[in-house]
Design a protein around this ligand. Structure first.
Ligand code: DGL
Length: 277
C-alpha cells in the first residue's frame, strides 16, 4: 500500500454503490475519532460486469471527487475497483490509497494453515486475477470463482431466502470441485465482493465447517486502524457525509441495511459532467 504515514482526519471511502458501507460500518467502530466521507457511484453500478478501462475511469473520477471534498486518505471499499483500478487511482491522487484486495489477501495469509485459499467475487474481479496474483505474492495457492447472481440477490434483500441458499449450494459445489481438480486443500474462503458479508451466515452454512470465511470489511477496517493515527482532540467527529450519483432515496433505504443503522441524509452529485467520454 501507499505509505501509511498520514494522520488523516478525513477518510474517503468509495464503492460502486452500497456494499462498501459494510467496510464503513467496521471502520466507524474501529476508528471512532475519524471523519468519514462515503461516495457510492450508484448511477454507474454495477462495476462487476464492466471493462478495466471503464471501471478505472469511473473509479478515478470518484477518487478525485473525494479528494476535492478534503479526504486525506482513501479506502477503495469496492473489490472490483480495487482489482482493476488501484494503480490508476494511486497515480491520480496524492494521498495514500488502500484497496480491499490487498487487505483480504493479507488476512488470508494470516489465517490459512494449508496455504490453499478460495476466492469468490464479481466476474470483472475474477477475470482480472488480482486476487490470484495477490495470493501468489504471499505464497498462497488460490482458486477464484465469479458469483454474479449474488449482488442482485443481496440488493433484492433475498438474504435468508431459499433461492439464495440454492444458488450458494450450486456455486460452492462447483468451487469445491474446482479445488479437487486443482488438488488444493482449501481452509479459507475470501469474500471478494462488498455485498457478500451480508450473506456471511448463509455462506458459512453452505460450506464444510473446516473452511474459515474471511470478510474483507472487518480486515480492511483493522488494517486502516493499524496504519493511520487519526488526530484526537476530544470533540466527537461529525457523522459520515454520504454522496451518491443516483437516487438518494434508494441509497438511504438500501444503504441503511448495509450500514446497520439509519442513513438520514444523502447528497446527490454528478460525476458524469466532469468525466470525459
Ligand atoms: N462493489 C462491487 C465489488 O465489491 C460489487 C457491486 C458491483 O458490481 O458494482 O466488487
Amino acid at each position: 500500500m501507499s505509505h501509511p504515514s498520514s494522520h488523516p482526519r478525513r477518510i474517503g471511502v468509495f464503492d460502486s454503490g452500497f456494499g462498501g458501507l459494510t467496510v464503513l460500518e467496521a471502520m466507524l467502530r474501529q476508528l471512532p475519532a475519524a471523519e468519514f466521507l462515503y461516495l457510492g457511484d450508484t448511477a454507474r453500478l454495477p462495476y462487476g460486469a464492466k471493462s478495466r478501462e471503464t471501471v478505472a475511469r469511473y473509479a478515478v473520477s470518484s477518487a478525485e471527487f473525494l479528494l476535492a471534498q478534503g479526504a486525506e486518505y482513501l479506502v477503495i471499499a469496492c473489490n472490483t475497483a480495487s482489482a482493476l483500478a488501484l494503480d490508476a487511482i494511486r497515480a491520480a491522487v496524492p494521498v495514500p490509497v488502500l484497496g480491499v484486495v490487498e487487505t483480504g489477501a493479507n488476512a488470508a495469509q494470516t489465517h490459512s494453515r494449508s496455504g490453499d485459499v478460495m476466492v469468490i467475487a464479481t466476474a470483472a474481479t475474477v477475470e482480472s486475477h488480482a486476487y490470484l496474483a495477490a495470493c501468489r505474492e504471499r505464497k498462497l495457492r488460490a482458486i477464484e470463482k465469479a458469483c454474479p447472481l449474488l449482488v442482485p440477490l443481496v440488493e433484492e434483500g433475498w438474504i435468508d431466502h431459499p433461492v439464495t441458499r440454492e444458488v450458494l449450494n450450486i456455486y460452492f459445489s462447483e468451487l469445491l470441485d474446482q479445488a479437487r481438480v486443482a488438488a488444493l486443500e482449501p481452509d479459507t474462503l475470501l469474500l471478494g465482493c462488498t455485498h457478500y458479508p451480508l450473506l456471511r451466515r448463509q455462506i458459512e452454512n453452505a460450506l464444510p465447517r473446516s473452511i474459515r470465511v474471511i470478510d474483507s470489511a472487518e480486515v480492511t477496517a483493522a488494517q486502516v486502524a493499524a496504519s493511520v493515527r487519526v488526530p484526537g482532540g476530544g470533540a466527537t467527529p461529525p457523522a459520515p457525509h454520504f454522496f451518491a450519483t443516483d437516487s438518494p432515496e434508494k441509497f438511504r433505504r438500501l444503504g441503511s441495511r448495509f450500514l446497520g443503522q439509519p442513513i438520514h441524509h444523502v447528497e446527490l452529485i454528478d460525476l458524469e459532467s466532469s468525466t470525459p467520454g
